[in-house]
Write a protein that binds this ligand. Structure first.
Ligand SMILES: [Zn+2]
Ligand SMILES: [Zn+2]
Length: 390
């Protein structure tokens, strides 16, 4: 149904009564259409407008289903069918002018152009704010996503499928089965509230029959079971900046729910998880790596080659006498931070103890051990332990 249907009196347009028969409608329509036909009235804009009005009116009234929908919708309005408060389930006064039913249809419809169903859907989801024509900002949404270590390093654009509340697409949010419309709740007369007397006071309660909606659905929509609520999903392409850290919450401005009546879209917040890498780690904007070295490389000094996060490798000079656990810094091979500066690659060397030695290797090591037999690397421990005890 078009949104402006309710503002138009199609019966008056055709000059018939509300209970006019199909034949009567057809007769009137033919007469009026012939009189105002553009071919017969060249250049007459008023006649053309009348011709369109008459055609629209007949289009609706000649279709029994449309006519029924139109009649019921008009009846709701004529009876002040949408009084304050009840629709969002929030209850309370307010809503559409607190009981004065001089409602501008345009207000109620907002920008929705889908018809009566959309209009109801809008009401149900709108809470108590139905009167407002103010632009409304879209909802903020939150989503989660897991990135590979490399994608987190370099940044990536990820398609995110977002679901949000929307009027049920089958019934357009009315909650009523296709081809039917809700009627004014007979229990509360459409107010959405009933009152209960207790100790001389009257308490307003949400109407139990319609749960405060003010409308009663005889034949519920099978898709949403009468709730009128559904889900809409869409895909948003989220640009994740380079260097994102595990656990960060990224704000994507304007990627949230769409605004209403020209309002801006909400924001999308994406919580990012970053998978561990097989060899690299992260420490802020620095990338960490543990590189095994042999005892002889540590003792005698050497040059070792290690990979960097982006595929190239670098050569590190290990000075003679390097202890296990020493950290070497490769400048600029880390993550680019928000300030545009690159972090570093931090390489921790770890002296690997040989697990399997052949006889020759063991003999050579034994020879070395004999040569250093007089040195006690733990003498400081004994000395300091003795001092603190005595
Ligand atoms: Zn009710
Ligand atoms: Zn539905």
């Amino acid at each position: 149904m078009n949104k402006d249907w309710l503002e138009k009196d199609f019966y008056a347009t055709l000059g018939v009564s509300k209970d006019a028969s199909a034949d009567e409608l057809k007769k009137k329509y033919r007469t009026l259409a012939r009189e105002n036909h553009p071919d017969k009235n060249p250049g007459d804009a008023a006649a053309e407008a009348r011709f369109k009005d008459v055609s629209e009116a007949y289009d609706v009234l000649s279709d029994p289903a449309k006519r029924k929908e139109y009649d019921e919708a008009r009846a709701l309005f004529a009876g002040g069918g949408f009084p304050g408060g009840g629709f969002g389930g929030a209850g309370g006064p307010g809503g559409f002018g607190g009981g004065q039913y001089n409602v501008n249809v345009e207000d109620l419809f907002g920008d929705s152009s889908g018809g009566f169903g959309d209009f109801l859907g809008g009401l149900f989801n709108r809470g108590s704010g139905g009167r407002s024509r103010q632009p409304r900002r879209g909802q903020d949404l939150e989503s989660e996503l897991t990135l590979s270590f490399d994608d987190a390093l370099d940044g990536v654009t990820v398609p995110l499928r977002l679901s949000s509340d929307a009027p049920c697409s089958v019934c357009n949010g009315t909650g009523a089965k296709a081809g039917t419309v809700p009627r004014v709740c007979p229990t509360c007369d459409g107010t959405g509230q009933t009152s209960r007397n207790a100790g001389g006071f009257a308490f307003a309660e949400p109407c139990p029959s319609c749960r405060g909606r003010g409308l009663f659905v005889d034949d519920p929509c099978t898709s949403c079971r009468g709730s009128g609520r559904g889900v809409s999903s869409r895909t948003v392409h989220a640009r994740i900046p380079e260097g994102v850290k595990d656990g960060s919450r990224i704000r994507l401005k304007g990627k949230g729910g769409p605004g209403e009546r020209g309002g801006p879209a909400g924001d999308l917040f994406v919580v990012v998880h970053v998978d561990d890498h097989a060899i690299f780690g992260r420490k802020g904007n620095n990338v960490t790596l543990t590189a095994p070295i042999t005892f002889s490389e540590a003792a005698l000094g050497s040059q070792i080659t290690v990979p960097t996060p982006r595929g190239n490798s670098v050569t590190l000079k290990i000075p003679a006498g390097t202890s296990t656990g020493r950290v070497f810094r490769v400048r600029g091979k880390g993550v680019r931070g928000k300030d545009g500066k690159n972090g570093d690659l931090l390489v921790t060397v770890n002296v690997a103890v040989p697990q399997n030695m052949n006889d020759e290797q063991r003999d050579a090591l034994q020879t070395y051990a004999d040569l250093v037999a007089g040195e006690d690397p733990r003498k400081d421990l004994s000395a300091l332990a003795g001092n603190s005890n005595g």
